[in-house]
Design a protein around this ligand. Structure first.
Ligand code: HEC
Ligand code: HEC
Length: 201
């Protein structure tokens, strides 16, 4: 190996090191998740209780930010804050990596009659009321990416609760766009899009 090539490899390693440190190690979160999280979110992150979010297959970047925001109090939850307050940033990164790597189970649709309205809003938005398409940020298949959360297969009750929190200005740690959207959606659109997200595999 020439010194020139070694130099590039070393520079790359230095550049990538912080990323690797942030990425987390899923294997280090196995016992932590089992003891602290599984009772509500399921062993593999497929929360069975409709009000608890599914974490399986969720974007790691998104998961880590939300966990840090619960810890700092930027995202408020009386349930989540005390649970994560004693965990280190490494623990949070490992937990994020663990849940991102789990296989998401199919969601549960509770009212199939709303699916076509929900699909239309998700893919086309509602120009008249200034609601953008959801797929532009959450992707056509609902898988999200990076800081944009996966919404496919999410529990309907959890999604409805988040729309209520956004509209009431009680979830403000992230993008402002979700508050605007939640305020502008009708009750029927809100229910319909939650059902459609749950229906996405
Ligand atoms: C007592 C039940 C309970 C336990 C135990 C619990 N959670 Fe939660 N979790 C919830 C609830 C309820 C919410 C929704 C809170 C809200 O509205 O912000 C939530 C939200 C979350 C979210 C946000 C998901 C999203 O889509 O935005 C993450 C991430 C999360 N929990 C991870 C964890 C981890 C990791 C643990 C273990 C260290 C854990 N939870 C333990 C009930 C629980
Ligand atoms: C401009 C980008 C953008 C658009 C458009 C958008 N979202 Fe979001 N959405 C986000 C981001 C970023 C988050 C992450 C949390 C936050 O910032 O509050 C989010 C969060 C969410 C959440 C909470 C997920 C969770 O696990 O807690 C739901 C549900 C959601 N969006 C649904 C929708 C729906 C439905 C639409 C279309 C009507 C939509 N979003 C359009 C960017 C967008």
């Amino acid at each position: 190996m020439t010194s020139h090539r070694f130099g590039r490899a070393a520079a790359l390693a230095v550049l990538l090191a912080p990323l690797a440190a942030q990425a987390g190690d899923a294997s280090k979160a196995i016992s932590l998740s089992a003891s602290l999280c599984a009772s509500c979110h399921g062993e593999d992150g497929n929360s069975a209780v409709p009000l608890f979010p599914k974490l399986a297959g969720q974007q790691a970047v998104y998961l880590l930010r939300e966990l840090k925001d619960y810890k700092s109090g930027k995202r408020t939850s009386e349930v989540m804050q005390p649970i994560v307050s004693g965990l280190s940033d490494d623990d949070l990164a490992n937990l994020a990596a663990f849940y991102a790597a789990q296989k998401p189970a199919p969601g549960t649709v509770t009212d199939p009659s709303l699916l076509s309205v929900g699909k239309n809003l998700y893919l086309k938005g509602n120009d008249a009321n200034g609601i953008p398409t959801c797929e532009s940020c959450h992707e056509v298949d609902g898988s999200g990416g990076g800081k944009f959360p996966r919404v496919a297969g999410q529990n309907v009750e959890y999604s409805l609760e988040q729309f209520r929190l956004y509209a009431a200005g009680k979830r403000t740690n992230g993008a402002r766009v979700m508050k605007t959207i939640a305020e502008r959606m009708t009750e029927q659109e809100t229910r319909a899009v939650a059902e459609y997200m749950a229906s996405m595999p």
